[in-house]
Design a protein around this ligand. Structure first.
Ligand code: ADP
Length: 427
């Protein structure tokens, strides 16, 4: 089954066309029929497409909205110019959409129906910047493909719906949870889930035996505590702002700082929130960039104090969360690194793990240095807390969920059930 995976942003459309087996395993690279990114939707957009193993193509086109961008992409796929020979539009059997927020409505991925669309709409108030764009992508895609191509929503939040009440509730007046659904949801769920599945496969462990801390360290960063293969806590909260230090987000701060900065800098609460999201983190502390690779290079060449501080704060916070989760989940077997930084930076992994020897984690320097973008164990064999690097693959997880939902949906229709939001609504 060929699945088109879409991630629709405000002016971007990320896509991959993946050939999945009906019983999806890990497809090899040649099963990626095409992948790419359209940026600058709403004007003269930049399109980058890579068909299979061919070289990347980059060009521009005027694409006024997401519907036009998707239409353009489908034309490129159907005329064969964006995919390998012999695979046209007839080769798109299902579409999988990344949806940022599923609130408490979606604990699993869902075959898209009118009820599911209403559910995603209900969650707009929790993710006003993201869910409307995801919905626009879904609507455009349904318009283009019609009813014969099933579409599936895969939520960033659903993996964390297993977090228990005492870990997801904030110590605020309880009616704020009742009235406005104020609670921890967590994000990066597709990445954490992919990494957990892969870890189980690598170590030959059944889900019940997977007890790990996963660290997704990219531009956005989050940690998750995984007990028996399920998320029992995570560092991101009601929004992705809480927790670890990120590229431009501050992570944990004293909430009273918000009104203090608003008063001192004469900013609105909205402006302060924007400052915490877009001008803080690595960028805010270093005053230079949110790009970890550039910061590490800068540190090597100039040993700038603020650059060093940004890196130290980033690593200290990550180590602190590992310690907190080790305590809260009663120990773990491994810490698993993923995301652009987690996968590619031996130096950051070493800085985070330094000082965790008390917990039984000893990095194997040689293995750590070799594991740049590669999967494998980076701790010594005699460690009692291991460390692994597992490159994430969110698109693959979305594709395999799509296949699963489509097969389950066709089965339930055959059996006379209708696949509705009720199937995934948490009581
Ligand atoms: P996103 O969260 O936007 O998907 P990525 O997961 O691609 O982002 O992560 C981007 C981050 O990964 C950037 O800070 C980038 O500098 C960092 N990164 C990528 N490669 C390396 C590397 N070799 N060493 C250090 N950092 C790296």
């Amino acid at each position: 089954m060929n699945v088109l995976v879409l991630n629709s942003g405000s002016s971007t459309l990320k896509f991959q066309l993946i050939a999945c087996d009906p019983s999806p395993d890990i497809p090899t690279e040649e099963k990626r029929l095409c992948r790419g990114l359209i940026e600058g939707i709403g004007g003269e957009a930049i399109i980058e497409v890579r068909a299979g193993m061919r070289a990347k193509q980059r060009y521009t086109a005027s694409l006024p909205d997401i519907a036009a961008a998707l239409d353009h992409l489908i034309r490129r796929i159907s005329d064969g110019s964006a995919v390998e020979e012999g695979r046209g539009i007839a080769g798109i059997h299902a579409v999988g959409h990344r949806v940022v927020h599923g609130g408490e409505l979606f604990a699993e991925s869902a075959l898209i129906t009118e009820d599911v669309l209403r559910g995603i709409e209900e969650c707009i108030e929790l993710a006003p910047l993201h869910n409307p764009n995801n919905l626009a992508g879904i609507r455009a895609s349904r318009q283009i493909f019609g009813p014969d191509v099933p579409q599936v929503a895969v939520f960033d939040t659903s993996f964390h719906q297993s977090i228990p009440e005492h870990a997801y509730l904030y110590a605020l007046p309880y009616h704020l949870y009742r009235r406005h659904h104020v609670r921890r949801y967590g994000f990066h769920g597709t990445s954490h889930r992919y990494v957990v599945n892969r870890y189980g496969a690598l170590r030959g462990l059944s889900k019940e035996k997977i007890h790990v801390i996963t660290l997704h360290l990219g531009n956005g960063c989050s940690a998750a505590a995984i007990r028996s293969g399920c998320s029992v806590d995570t560092s991101m909260g009601m929004t992705p702002l809480e927790g670890l230090v990120m590229g431009t987000r501050c992570g944990d701060i004293d909430p009273a700082i918000v009104s203090f900065i608003a008063a001192k800098e004469r900013l609105s609460i909205h402006d302060v929130e924007a400052l915490l999201n877009t001008q803080s983190g690595l960028l805010g502390v270093s005053g230079l960039t949110n790009d970890m690779r550039v910061l590490l290079q800068e540190l090597k060449e100039h040993d700038d104090h603020r650059v060093r501080l940004a890196i130290e704060i980033f690593c200290y916070r990550a180590r602190k969360y590992i310690g907190a989760f080790l305590a809260s989940m009663g120990g773990a077997d491994s810490v698993v690194f993923t995301g652009g930084i987690g996968e590619n930076s031996p130096e950051i992994r070493a800085r985070i793990c330094k000082g965790l020897e008390w917990a039984g984690l000893r990095l194997d320097d040689k293995k750590n240095n070799l594991a740049a973008g590669l999967e494998g164990q980076i701790s010594t064999d005699d460690s009692s807390l291991h460390a692994f690097v597992i490159p994430t693959d969110e698109e693959l997880l979305i594709a395999s969920d799509t296949v699963r939902c489509v097969l389950a949906g066709s089965l339930s229709t055959e059996l006379g059930y209708s696949s509705t939001i009720e199937a995934v609504r948490i009581q």
